[in-house]
Write a new protein. Structure first.
Length: 366
């Protein structure tokens, strides 16, 4: 079944409407959301996603319904990994908690727009060259191995300030040392300048785009229906802002989550490889003929993915209790928070490579 254009347009308009509602009802006025507020809205968006899945199941068919739920669970699990990086960016740029909602919402909205472009490009490539699944499989298997290896070797996190796009941005446009409310731009010493909030927004948007290089091939390993790929991505990102505040302080307790996500990506990579072999057209593989290999049904994929996530969470909780019983570090310690809104002078004092004699004046670039 080909999804009509009007359904695509209606879906995009409704999803955009939720983002606009979210902005004007929760983000426009800066505040730190309470745990109750975050929990309620997280539950609302999860319930909305599940309700849409039921709609797909009964109004489309059983197969597409299962594909949607499998894809949604996968994308939601991968999106939790985004939250670790979001927390790193918030700490690196010392964003006051009352302004973090704005950065998250705008960054997530922009990421969804870019993901839509990637999804449509992916659908076009698959339609033109089905053997692209080989590339998807290899990429996911490599990503899975790297994710597990980096976690096992305790590889250091990349400082968002070291991102090339951030360095380039600071070279071409003046950036104020301190925050100016929740403004993204301002006039600094009579000149146009960006605020650190804008720079953090760019960092989150770029990170989310990089995560899309994992999630888009992963979801295409579950369903080749572009509409389902888009809706699973959209519903997994909707409510991600609320989930950030809901899970804040609990993220560090999911010590085995990277291993679980690595296994999920590896499993989908194998599934893609088997599918590519089954639909093979490469002349140097079995003479260009299809290879008789078993394919992994979507129902089994759903069971395996959910099973990995459950085991990962349970093992993480057990590890935390064990460490605490042994007198280890309390993993419930929250990430560094910056509730104080630093002035230009205070922010300038923290810049290690600030030119001497400039103080807090001038168009300092962080």
């Amino acid at each position: 079944m080909t999804v009509p254009l009007w359904i695509w347009i209606a879906t995009i308009v409704v999803i955009a409407g939720f983002f606009i509602f979210d902005f004007y009802s929760h983000v426009k006025t800066p505040h730190e959301p309470t745990l109750k507020e975050s929990a309620w809205w997280s539950a609302f968006y999860v319930g909305l996603a599940l309700l849409f899945g039921v709609f797909v199941y009964f109004m489309w068919d059983h197969q597409h319904g299962v594909e949607y739920f499998t894809g949604y669970v996968t994308e939601k699990a991968l999106s939790v990994d985004n939250l670790f990086v979001f927390a790193l960016i918030m700490g690196a740029f010392k964003i006051p908690r009352k302004y973090q909602q704005k950065v998250l919402l705008i960054g997530i909205a922009l990421a969804l727009i870019f993901r839509l472009v990637f999804i449509l490009l992916g659908a076009a490539v698959i339609a033109a060259w089905s053997d692209v699944f080989y590339l998807f499989a290899i990429f996911l298997l490599w990503t899975a191995i790297k994710l597990i290896w980096d976690e096992a070797s305790d590889a250091p996190e990349t400082d968002p300030n070291d991102m090339r796009v951030i360095k380039w941005l600071r070279k071409v446009v003046p950036v104020t040392p301190g925050y100016h409310g929740d403004s993204l731009t301002t006039r600094f010493h009579g000149k146009f300048a960006l605020t650190p909030l804008f720079v953090a927004l760019v960092a989150i948007g770029m990170v989310d785009i990089m995560f899309a290089f994992d999630s888009i091939p992963a979801i295409y390993g579950i369903t080749t229906e572009a509409y389902l790929v888009f809706t699973t991505n959209a519903f997994s990102l909707m409510g991600l802002r609320q989930m950030y505040f809901l899970l804040d302080g609990l993220l560090d307790r999911l010590v085995y989550l990277p291993y679980g996500l690595g296994l999920i990506l590896a499993f989908i990579g194998v599934k893609l490889l088997l599918h590519a072999l089954h639909e093979n057209n490469l002349p140097f593989v079995n003479g260009g003929e299809n290879v008789s290999v078993p394919e992994i049904p979507t129902e089994l994929s759903l069971v395996v993915i959910v099973g990995i996530l459950v085991v990962t969470v349970l093992l993480s909780l057990w590890r935390n209790k064990y460490d605490q019983a042994q007198g280890g570090i309390d993993t419930r310690v929250r990430a560094e928070e910056w509730d104080h809104e630093l002035t230009d002078e205070e922010m300038y004092d923290q810049v290690p490579d600030a030119p001497e004699g400039r103080g807090g004046s001038g168009s300092t670039r962080l």
